[in-house]
Design a protein around this ligand. Sequence first.
Ligand SMILES: NC(=O)c1ccc[n+]([C@@H]2O[C@H](COP(=O)([O-])OP(=O)(O)OC[C@H]3O[C@@H](n4cnc5c(N)ncnc54)[C@H](OP(=O)(O)O)[C@@H]3O)[C@@H](O)[C@H]2O)c1
Length: 326
Amino acid sequence: MEKHPIPHTDLSVSRLCAGCMGLGGGWEAGVELTPELEKQAREFLDAALELGINFFDHANLYARGRAEAVFGRALRGQPDLRAKIVLQSKCGIRWADDPPGTPQRYDFSAEHILASVDGTLRRLGTEYLDILLLHRPDALWQGEEIARAFDSLKQAGKVRYFGVSNQNRFQMEYLQSFLKEPLVANQLQMSLLYHGFAEAGISFNQDSAGYPDGWEGVLEYCRLKGVDLQAWSPLDRGALTGGDLRKRPESARKTAALVKNLAQARGLPAEAVALAWLLKHPAGIVPVLGTTRPDRLRACVRALEVNLSREEWYSLFEAARGRAMP
Ligand SMILES: NC(=O)c1ccc[n+]([C@@H]2O[C@H](COP(=O)([O-])OP(=O)(O)OC[C@H]3O[C@@H](n4cnc5c(N)ncnc54)[C@H](OP(=O)(O)O)[C@@H]3O)[C@@H](O)[C@H]2O)c1
């Protein structure tokens, strides 16, 4: 699979990233890592590697740490593999009862960041993370404190590069002003049905602007600074690829039908067209796939065979926004 260098790093990653949130048996507490869950992680890892994916996305909290733990067990069976893959994880959201008796909270304190990375490295069975992302902004964050934690992790060789997730342009600029090294990634929810990033690109100085706050200039800032853009939930949890559309608006149903038609005309699965819509964007958005199933991974990779025309791209966008272009 085509790889691209992440600016400001020596990392070269596949055009698609494999998200690991679905591993480890869900969000409930007290679930044991069974042989079935280990098998699922091994098959997921093997399928991704076979398809040419070398980029894996984790977070300390996925399946309460079990996603990292079960992935770590799969890695242990292949000791040469670590150097050939790019491992990314996140911190900054504490589950309830971590530490015991505390509620769920956002936490960008140095104490949390350092302890979280130690836990992630232990569970993954690796000495270093390639990229650490701050998961979701903490209202009480302080740039100086985060910079100290990042320095300490870098000097200890525990984390090579740093990035963010779910941050707007001003949050990135604020954080960057304290850091010695450039932020290398921002992971955001972006998809055909969650298309605020695309709306923001066309809505300035228009009466009909309509997109969630915060998108202004995010893509442009990242493109200008060489920050890799990653899209979480790129398939809207399966809504456009055969999943349940009953609670979705009419526009989503029409978009799913158009995705299906464009895919059928090419003899490809719907996943290929839905992801191709993100890949077509010149910002170089990297979809972070959420499926744990090898067959769906294979369907997703077929997106790399699709080059949507401008007209197809805009038709999908217009269907998804549910109204004509302004
Ligand atoms: N930074 C953040 O705040 C953040 C937030 C959420 C996620 N993420 C990352 O982004 C990755 C992707 O997110 P996501 O899981 O929401 O992505 P997604 O690709 O939009 O959705 C994947 C989910 O939808 C299911 N699915 C796919 N096709 C389906 C279909 N036809 N019918 C029914 N279900 C279907 C999958 O189940 P199967 O496994 O059964 O295929 C999986 O649970 C995660 O793994 C994680 O790494 C980051």
